[in-house]
Design a protein around this ligand. Sequence first.
Ligand code: FAD
Length: 362
Amino acid sequence: MNKLTINGEIDVAIVGGGPIGIETAIAFKQQGVRSILFEAAQIGEAISRWPPNTHFFSTPEHVALAGVPVQTLDQRPISGEEYLAYMRMLVEYFDIDLHNYEPVTGVDRDEGGFIVHTHKRGEERRYRARYVVFCTGGMAGPRKLGIPGEDLPHVTHYFPGPHAYFRTRLLVVGGKNSALESALRCWRAGSQVALSYRHSDFQWDVVKPHLAGDLKTRLEKDEIHFYPSTIPVEITNDAVFLAPTEDGVTPNGRITRHETDFVLLATGFQADQSLLRAAGIELTGADEVPVFNPNTMETNVPGIFVAGTAAGGTQAKFKLFISTTHAHVGKIVYAVTGHAPEKLGSVPARDSAVSWEEVKAN
Ligand SMILES: Cc1cc2nc3c(=O)[nH]c(=O)nc-3n(C[C@H](O)[C@H](O)[C@H](O)COP(=O)(O)OP(=O)(O)OC[C@H]3O[C@@H](n4cnc5c(N)ncnc54)[C@H](O)[C@@H]3O)c2cc1C
């Protein structure tokens, strides 16, 4: 019989080195709990895919981790690049046991806990952990449209920054903050920009006010051309075919051919919850929201917790982001150790604040 090789014995395996995975690792470290932070790629992988020089919408105090202030030169929201540097600093300062470029590939129940399977440079590894915390995020990959031409080289779901589109024609598909910001940045950088959105108008009361004001002016002056209530049905080397739609989903009516050099599909991202499902966690609805106790963040599998945006699955409307999920960390650390963590992000989450008395009572 094959003897099971165990590469490490730990109290907690934290899966995912995004902001909330790092905050969880720090909180456990401060309680003297042995944990490993597993990251499939590099810490902050989701943020490292942001276009260059993109700033958070949230103000610095909302994205501070473990109570360590985020300071910016102008007190405005921090950029993605600066935040990655801040995250590196936290991992160094708190001496987090980070296993980067080591994706977790499976979690099996074992006597007294779990066996966590990983891959490192082509080699399979196993760790024994008493608890597992999934902080795997909710933006694993783009929400694909499934139309012909979507995979052509001049079509992307990831905005590379405006420089690529200087003196070219760009069609941006989408109507949320990312689409609007990309369209405005590219127009300002010297691109001829058009916007296609599946609804008749933007949700002006929901999009960021500075983007809304700017875009309204550009549309009034037709500096950015707008195709309302349209969806792309096919992309070719030099054009996008846009169909009218009434319900935002079904093409219905006469198709317009829009000539363009590049296409940015800012149609959102979706979670990959396959690892959670394989671990026995029940997922609900089309968004694949894991089942968990909101007071402790423990899932239907005792000993496995979920934190950060992974707790929301693929969020159609964003309710979970960094500032609203700091509280997850405290609940998990309290559920595992019986002690409240020293500090979390400087702003407590509004929608999920639970007193330690309530957590204890559960
Ligand atoms: C342009 C843009 C602007 C944004 N602005 C804001 C903002 O202003 N405020 C805000 O709060 N949020 C903002 N967000 C969203 C923000 O990025 C997320 O809220 C945040 O990253 C969520 O943190 P997280 O730790 O839950 O997950 P993530 O940051 O998604 O981290 C999950 C990590 O898990 C890793 N992982 C996944 N599977 C595995 C596995 N099997 N094994 C090991 N590791 C794994 C991934 O590689 C990733 O590093 C913005 C997003 C975009 C795109």
